[in-house]
Ligand binder design. Structure first.
Ligand code: GLP
Length: 243
């Protein structure tokens, strides 16, 4: 019941290790509830998972998925939306049932209701079996930014300037990056039966250090994972440099 840390030589190995865990989860429990992440980090994991799917025919048709977050103000067909990302990089390549996919709706008129509905759907599904996480350079998970307290449930967030700057690479201009997002809360993430956090690259080394060895504080949201009963950190050499 302690944090497992796997250090891989490369991004590719990190991705393969995570894809195998996800594939195993789906293989052994075809009705699994998956918590999914976006960002550059899990991209190759999704690709590897699609390869495994094609090779051994794992069945996604009963899988239920909940994504961690979405930008407020971006429609599903906006290429920078996380909905679009998931379709493009994962969902359209597998036999997942579109009715079983959940991503917060960044265009919802009533964001408070959208957040409450999202939590209710996760509860109704029985909670998350396997939660995949990336990590922000400021140790955020999902879009739970450094704060003075942990937000338990799905909520709207103001993005930090450094998060906006870090994510600007996906947009034509930094001013196009939405300032707000909807994020799953810390408690929902902590209630996942298993958590797998991925990190690669030297720009994540400090965040990984804080997640693994730092003080448990909402100032470094990933540090809460030290209290989780089944968490695995899969990090490449560069991201593990400060451990
Ligand atoms: C983004 C996402 C997170 C992600 C993180 C790292 O802002 N909301 O879910 O884990 O930042 O992103 P990347 O993997 O591109 O470095």
């Amino acid at each position: 019941e302690k944090m497992q840390i796997i250090i891989t030589d490369s991004y590719e190995e990190m991705s393969m290790a995570a894809a195998k865990i996800a594939a195993g989860q789906i293989y052994f429990k075809p009705s699994s509830v998956l918590g999914l992440a976006t960002g550059s980090t899990p991209l190759l994991m999704y690709k590897k998972l699609v390869e495994i799917y094609k090779n051994i025919d794992i069945d996604f048709s009963h899988i239920i998925s909940f994504n961690l977050d979405e930008y407020i103000g971006l429609a599903q067909n906006n290429q920078q939306s996380y909905y679009y990302f998931m379709q493009e990089n994962f969902f359209r390549h597998i036999n997942i049932n579109i009715d079983n996919i959940h991503i917060p709706n960044g265009m919802a008129e009533d964001i408070t209701k959208e957040c409450a509905d999202y939590d209710n759907m996760i509860k109704a599904a029985g909670g998350i079996d396997l939660q995949i996480l990336g990590i922000g350079q400021n140790a955020h998970i999902g879009f739970n930014e450094p704060d003075i307290k942990f937000e338990a449930t799905t909520h709207a967030v103001e993005l930090d300037n450094d998060t906006i700057a870090a994510n600007a690479r996906f947009f034509a201009d930094e001013k196009d990056v939405p300032r707000r997002a909807i994020s799953m809360g810390i408690k929902t993430i902590m209630l996942a039966k298993k958590v797998v956090l991925l990190a690669n690259g030297s720009n994540k080394a400090e965040a990984v250090y804080k997640a693994v060895c730092g003080k448990i504080t909402p100032a470094a949201p990933a540090s809460i994972l030290q209290l989780h009963r089944d968490v695995m950190m899969i990090v490449d050499r560069k991201a593990s440099a400060l451990l």
